[in-house]
Ligand binder design. Structure first.
Ligand code: SAM
Length: 171
């Protein structure tokens, strides 16, 4: 099981990025997302896509990041914090892939300093600054089983691969 924890979300300002974090998480094999902020709009947008495009993806906002991490660890999960300052993904991915329950944390602005100690792994997708969406996408591609070939049962809309043009089926 892989779940994303989004911290530092600023309502209005980060709405689009946090929505894309959620959509990326869903598309590339995560099971759900916790948002450490109050933003119904983001929750509604992601749920709407999940409802139309299928699969089981949960979204919860108003989550306390500190208690979420503690609870996750008490339940036997590991915590991975994505940060440009961490160990490079290729050096830790084999070990992380063996874990059954992974909480992946992505920030927005500067993240709380405590997080570096609370995380079991501080992982960098290169040690260069970029974005939470890109970091999460590459991480899931390396860690989530079949990230690029997921099934989404119960879809109301299905898009079929097409070399040119669009093939969309309403179910
Ligand atoms: N400057 C901020 C800091 O020092 O925490 C980071 C801001 S960055 C726009 C937002 C988030 O993107 C980070 O919290 C981290 O989760 C993710 N991120 C950015 N670059 C990354 C990298 N090279 N590897 C992994 N995650 C990265």
């Amino acid at each position: 099981m892989i779940v994303v924890l989004r911290i530092g979300h600023r309502p209005q300002r980060d709405m689009r990025v946090t929505t894309h974090v959620g959509l990326t998480a869903r598309a590339l094999g995560a099971d759900g997302m916790y948002i450490a902020a109050d933003d119904r709009g983001v929750v509604t947008s992601i749920r709407d896509v999940a409802d139309r495009f299928g699969g089981e993806f949960f979204v919860e906002d108003k989550v306390g990041w500190n208690s979420c991490i503690k609870r996750w660890k008490q339940d036997g999960g590991v915590v991975v914090h994505l940060t440009m300052f961490g160990l490079n993904l290729p050096d830790v991915e084999e070990e992380i892939r063996t874990k059954e329950k992974i909480l992946v944390i992505v920030g927005a602005e500067k993240v709380p300093g405590d997080l570096y100690q609370m995380a079991d792994y501080n992982v960098a997708v290169t040690n260069q600054p970029h974005s939470e969406i890109a970091g999460l996408a590459v991480f899931l591609d390396h860690i989530a089983p079949n990230a690029l070939h997921r099934e989404f049962p119960g879809a109301k809309v299905r898009v079929y691969p097409n070399a040119c043009g669009k093939t969309v089926e309403e179910l």
